[in-house]
Design a protein around this ligand. Structure first.
Ligand code: PMP
Length: 443
C-alpha cells in the first residue's frame, strides 16, 4: 500500500492536562532523578506563555521571574521567533552539517557580529549548555596540548561528564569518578567567601593551585561572569582580568560561560564579560540564545577552533535549522525590542525595591546581581548568616499562590533568583515587589 502522508487524515493525539495524570505518568514512566530538580511541593502544570507571563492549566496567570531557567530571553510566544520557526518547520525539521544549509551560516555571521570587533571569531552550534561546555574544554585542551582546567567553587557549568566535573557544587556531583583534570579554586564571594571581600587572596589562590595541582601549564580557566545557580554572585571587578593574565602566563585559554549572563541579561552590555573589560578566547552560549528552542554555541577564536579540525567533530543535531531560525530571530528581537535598555531600567528599578525589602526585613541578608539577573539571599541572622532555606521555600510558595513565579537556588537553597524574560514591564515589577513584601509576613 502506498503511503501518501499529505492525503491521509490523521487523528490528533490526546493530552491529559491534569496535575494528577501528569504526576502519575511522570512517576511511572520518567526517571526518578527528575525529582531532584523540581519547583514547589506541588509543581505547576503550565499550559502557555505570552511575553513575561505564564498560565497554568487552570488559566491562573503568573509573572514569570525564572523564564524557564533563563531560556525565555525575549519573551514567550514572541511573534518574530514564532514566524521564523514556522517558516523553517514547513521546509524541513533538520539538516545535518554534512550538507550546506544557509540558516546556521547566517546565524553564525550575525552572532559573530555581536562579538567584540577585531577578533576572528568562529561559531560551533550544539544543543545544550553542558554540551557546549564539554566542547569548549576539549578545544582548550587540543589547542594548548595541556590538560588541567581551573574552575571556581560554586560554579555551575552543567551535568554531563566534563561539565559535571567542572561544576563546583556538591548536590550536582554524582558519587562516581568523574572527568579528571579539574582544579577548583575559591570563588571570590564578598558575602560568604573564605577571604571575604578582598580580591588579592582569591587571585593568589589561582597561582597557588596551578603550582600545586598542575604541571605548571594549564589548558584553561573557566568562569561565569555572574554565578547563577550558585547564588547570583557576580565576579568582583578586577578578578577576571587577573585570572586571565595568570591563565595566559600558564599557557591556558580563557573561557567565559555566558549561558546565563549573555544576550543583554545583565543590563550593562550584550555579554556579561564585557563589564570586566577583558577579551576571552572562548565564549560559551546557551539558554536564552534560542528563546526556548534547544540550542547552544561555542564561539572561539579561529586558531583555537582550527586546532580541532584535524579530527572529526560531529554531533547529529548541532546547527539544527529550526533552532538556528529561532536564534536569528532572538538577535533581531534583542535589537528591536531594546532588551539591553529594558534589562538596565527594569533591573535597576527592581533592585531598588529589593533593597527596600532588605531595609525592612532582617531575613534579607544580601541583594545582588545586575540587570535582570538578581538574587536575594535569605539568612536567619545577619551576623552568622545561617541560610534561611526553609523560609526561601515558603516565600516562593507564597509568591506562586499570589501569581509570581520566583526561583530558589544557591548552594544552600536560600537565594531567591529573579531572572524574568527581558520584556518585563514596570507594572509587573510593582506587583512582584508587593507580593514579595507580603510574603515575608507568611513566615
Ligand atoms: N552553564 C551555566 C551557567 C548554566 O546555568 C547551565 C544550566 N543551568 C549550564 C551551563 C548547562 O546548560 P544545560 O542545562 O543546557 O546543559
Amino acid at each position: 500500500m502506498r503511503m501518501n502522508h499529505q492525503e491521509k487524515a490523521y487523528s490528533p493525539l490526546e493530552t491529559a492536562w491534569s496535575y494528577e495524570s501528569t504526576e502519575q505518568k511522570r512517576t511511572s514512566f520518567m526517571s526518578p532523578s527528575l525529582r531532584t530538580f523540581q519547583a514547589y511541593s506541588k509543581p505547576l502544570v503550565l499550559k502557555r506563555g505570552q511575553g513575561q507571563y505564564l498560565w497554568d492549566v487552570h488559566e491562573k496567570k503568573y509573572v514569570d521571574l525564572m523564564a524557564q531557567n533563563l531560556c525565555i530571553s525575549v519573551g514567550y510566544n514572541h511573534p518574530l521567533v514564532n514566524s521564523e520557526v514556522k517558516k523553517q518547520i514547513d521546509l524541513m525539521a533538520h539538516c545535518t552539517t554534512m550538507y550546506f544549509q544557509p540558516i546556521p551560516a547566517h546565524f553564525a555571521e550575525e552572532l559573530v557580529g555581536r562579538m567584540p570587533a577585531g577578533t576572528d571569531w568562529v561559531v560551533h552550534f550544539v544543543n545544550s549548555g553542558s554540551e557546549a561546555i564539554d566542547l569548549a574544554v576539549l578545544m582548550a585542551r587540543v589547542f594548548t596540548g595541556n590538560f588541567e582546567m581551573v574552575a571556581l567553587r560554586n560554579c555551575y557549568h552543567g551535568l554531563q561528564f566534563c561539565a559535571m566535573a567542572l561544576t563546583g557544587i556538591q548536590s550536582c556531583r554524582q558519587p562516581v569518578p568523574c572527568a579528571h583534570g579539574i582544579v577548583h579554586v575559591p570563588n571570590p564571594d564578598p558575602y560568604r567567601g573564605i577571604f571575604g571581600d578582598e580580591l588579592a587572596p582569591y587571585v593568589d589562590e589561582i597561582n597557588r593551585s596551578i603550582m600545586a595541582s598542575s604541571p605548571g601549564r594549564i589548558a584553561g580557566f573557566i568562569a561565569e561572569p555572574i554565578q547563577g545557580f550558585g547564588g547570583v554572585m557576580a565576579l568582583p571587578p578586577g578578578y577576571l582580568a587577573a585570572a586571565f593574565a595568570i591563565t595566559r602566563a600558564a599557557g591556558g585559554v580563557c573561557i567565559v560561560d555566558e549561558v546565563q549572563t549573555g544576550f543583554t541579561r545583565t543590563g550593562s552590555h550584550y555579554w556579561g564579560f564585557q563589564v570586566h573589560a577583558v577579551l576571552p578566547d572562548i565564549i560559551v552560549l546557551g539558554k536564552g540564545i534560542g528563546n526556548g528552542f534547544p540550542l547552544s554555541a561555542v564561539v572561539a577564536k579561529r586558531e583555537i577552533a582550527e586546532a580541532m579540525a584535524q579530527k572529526k567533530f560531529f554531533n547529529t543535531y548541532g546547527s539544527n535549522p529550526i533552532s538556528c531560525a529561532a536564534g536569528r530571530a532572538v538577535l533581531r528581537a534583542i535589537d528591536e525590542d531594546h532588551t539591553l535598555r529594558n534589562a538596565k531600567e527594569m533591573g535597576d528599578y527592581l533592585k531598588q525595591k529589593l533593597l527596600g525589602l532588605k531595609a525592612k526585613y532582617e531575613l534579607v541578608g544580601d541583594v545582588r546581581g545586575s540587570g535582570l539577573m538578581l538574587g536575594v539571599e535569605l539568612v536567619r541572622d545577619r551576623i552568622h548568616k545561617e541560610p534561611a532555606d526553609v523560609e526561601a521555600g515558603k516565600i516562593a510558595e507564597y509568591a506562586r499562590d499570589h501569581g509570581v513565579v520566583v526561583g530558589k537556588g544557591g548552594v544552600f537553597g536560600n537565594v531567591l533568583r529573579i531572572n524574568p524574560p527581558l520584556c518585563i514591564e514596570k507594572h509587573d515589577i510593582d506587583l512582584v515587589a508587593e507580593v514579595l513584601n507580603q510574603s515575608f509576613h507568611c513566615i
